[in-house]
Design a protein around this ligand. Structure first.
Ligand code: ADP
Ligand code: MG
Ligand code: ZN
Length: 617
């Protein structure tokens, strides 16, 4: 039963309890009874009208002698608290009335129900809370099945229609996995030539690159049972549950081999065991991990089970997982290049009706985006199209979508006062003009002073002409100069700077530090300083986890960083003051139009490349 079925059952029980209670209320006053006062009842006894009397806990029922109508009639009176009944009984005996007593049976069921109901409610409350604590896993479970694995099984027959066609732009990973698929389809062929297929395949890559999607595509292609479970589902509140789930998962898998076992987000269980904390969760994770290792060792590859797992944090995984015979093959699901991005866009845009859309240009404008981001771009474009009540998605919808995702929602409601707008206009014009002046900067795609929600008051978008795998020192220096351009323009025009340049400065400083410490692009020479920390796929700046240099070197590094930034500032200053008129023209145009496109900008700026300051020839 799923959760909503349980809720419905609970509601039904409550309604039943209420109905039963009401029913007994009605039953209690059977027949034709008339509610009277105690005095009236005594009077009836004295008058000899009463045939028999029934004493209950809270009331007295007097059945009257039959009247002419031949119908039973009775009087009901409340008993008085602490009443001396002897007198009543004497009177009744005098009149020869039969007396009987009754412990109120009618209150039995309501009493039982009222003591059971809270228990029932507590049970539901417990389930709900338990479900929340364990990330919803227990909530979906059948009750009392904590140790059972809840692996989702996909067969070819089931609704999983994902195939390799749905996965684009990650061809290397796909090729590796096709081999796995082929093996599972025809294990005999591989056995015949004595080839051994890896027992475990680990998909590593940044979030959103399509690891989960790939695994499901393998299931769709292979046509063998596919057991899928997320690492977080193993780790429950209760110690030992995870381990027994792993055991259960593999028992099921062995029964249905050849098959695939897929463990998504392996890092949730596979974190390195060293340095455990005091929390039970750690203990639990370790037990789960150990059980996983035991199971992986416990069968040989000829059984026909291939274990796949995915993670975006391979660096935290326990080394034991990577040993031979375990996840001995790692498949990198890389960020897509420009062609890959175009292919992914095509996959997702299949559902839309496009008109004059150049997906290649969209791919060029989205460097660094992964499959999940691109799926999002396509969806946002469709939404933008719907917003303007159009039937076909056009290029401008994609432009809007990219802006939205890269810069946040435009804040039409935010009113900047005129002096702020002027400042922002010159700031952005500064970035743009420097970018158009230096030799190695990416072309400027668009400048805008429409404020966006994520803190940015304006933006200068540059369009890399190709994917970059490496950048030269000149390009990096020019990048620094462009970053400095906004702030420098403010200096020149307004004679001071504002807080608007904060993000530029952060990025520039970070880049300069990397140039000195990582890339050896300073007078400190070809040497790298500090050991990089952070995660390979989750981004992360240079952090000196391990400082392998002296205090004097640290000072020298600071000095070099400073020198790079100063040089960039001078380059920007030269470029802007040499063409102050152009700067003012761009800013003036921006104040009117708010957004300037590439062709407009390039028409305003005759290309006059200037030599960057401080570059070593
Ligand atoms: P991961 O598991 O690597 O974090 P997912 O597989 O969950 O990423 O990807 C999320 C979504 O992004 C997918 O459902 C799919 O719509 C889209 N997507 C990601 N990568 C690709 C790709 N290579 N080709 C097509 N769509 C992709
Ligand atoms: Mg995933
Ligand atoms: Zn800026």
């Amino acid at each position: 039963m799923n959760r909503s079925a349980w809720v419905r059952l609970g509601l039904f029980l409550v309604a039943l309890a209420v109905a039963v209670t009401l029913w007994f209320r009605v039953l209690r006053v059977q027949g034709d009874s008339q509610v009277v006062t105690y005095t009236e009842l005594l009077k009836a006894v004295d008058d000899g009208k009463v045939k028999e009397v029934l004493l209950e806990n809270e009331r007295v029922l007097a059945r009257l002698k039959e009247d002419k109508g031949g119908r039973d009639q009775s009087l009901v009176a409340s008993r008085l608290p602490n009443m001396d009944e002897r007198e009543l009984i004497t009177r009744l005996e005098e009149q020869g009335v039969a007396i009987s007593g009754r412990i109120e049976q009618s209150s039995f069921w309501p009493a039982v129900l009222s003591s059971i109901l809270p228990l029932v409610m507590l049970f539901f409350l417990f389930r709900a809370v338990g479900g929340m604590l364990s990330g919803g896993a227990a909530g979906r479970a059948r009750p009392m099945s904590f140790g059972k694995s809840q692996a989702k099984i996909f067969d070819r027959s089931s609704e999983n229609k994902t195939t390799f066609v749905d996965v684009a732009g990650v061809d290397e990973a796909k090729n590796e996995l096709i081999e796995v698929v082929n093996y599972l389809k025809d294990p005999e062929k591989y056995k015949a030539v004595g080839a051994r297929v890896p027992k475990g395949v680990l998909l590593v890559g940044a979030p959103g690159t399509g690891k989960t999607l790939l695994a499901r595509a393998v299931a769709g292609e292979a046509g063998v049972p596919f057991f899928s479970m997320s690492g977080s589902e193993f780790v429950e509140m209760f110690v030992g549950v995870g381990a027994s789930r792993v055991r259960d998962l593999f028992t099921q898998a062995k029964e249905r081999a050849p098959c695939i076992v897929f463990i998504d987000e392996l890092d949730a269980v596979g974190k390195t065991r060293a340095g455990g904390g005091v929390f039970a969760a750690n203990e639990e994770r370790e037990q789960t991990l150990n059980q996983l290792l035991v199971e992986m060792d416990g069968f040989d590859a000829s059984v026909g089970i291939v274990i796949m797992a995915a993670t975006n944090r391979p660096e935290v995984l326990d080394k034991a997982l990577m040993r031979a015979g375990r996840f001995d093959r790692q498949v990198l699901v890389d960020r897509p290049d420009v062609r890959g991005r175009e292919a992914i866009l095509q996959v997702h845009a299949k559902r839309l009706t496009l008109e004059g859309v150049d997906l290649k240009l969209v791919a060029q404008r989205t460097p660094g985006m992964v499959g999940a981001d691109l799926a999002n771009v396509v969806n946002e474009a469709a939404l933008a199209c719907a917003r303007r009540d159009a039937k076909k998605v056009e290029q401008r919808d994609f432009e809007e979508a990219i802006d939205r995702l890269q810069l946040g929602l435009r804040k039409d409601g935010r009113v900047m006062n005129e002096s702020e707008r002027r400042r922002v206009a010159w700031h952005e014009s500064g970035h743009a003009l420097v970018a158009l002046s230096v030799k190695h900067a990416d072309p400027v795609h668009r400048v805008t002073i429409i404020p966006r929600s994520i803190g940015a008051l304006g933006a200068t978008l540059q369009l890399p002409t190709e994917d970059r795998y490496l950048m030269t020192e000149e390009e990096l220096r020019d990048t620094l100069a462009v970053l400095m351009g906004g702030r420098t323009a403010e200096e020149i025009v307004f004679g001071g700077v504002s807080t608007g340049a904060q993000n530029d400065l952060e990025r520039a400083s970070e880049l300069a530090r990397q140039m000195v410490c990582r890339f050896g692009m300073s007078s400190l020479g070809p040497q790298s300083f500090g050991r990089p920390g952070g995660s390979q796929f989750l981004g992360g700046a240079v952090s000196f986890e391990e400082r392998n240099f002296s205090e004097a070197t640290a000072q020298a590094i600071d000095h070099e960083v400073r020198a790079l930034l100063d040089a960039a500032h001078r380059t920007a200053h030269n470029a802007l003051s040499a063409r102050r008129a152009v700067l003012d023209a761009i800013a003036g145009e921006l104040l009117v139009k708010e957004t300037l496109e590439r062709d407009v900008l390039e028409a305003m700026v005759r290309p006059v490349p200037i030599a960057p300051e401080g570059a070593r020839a």
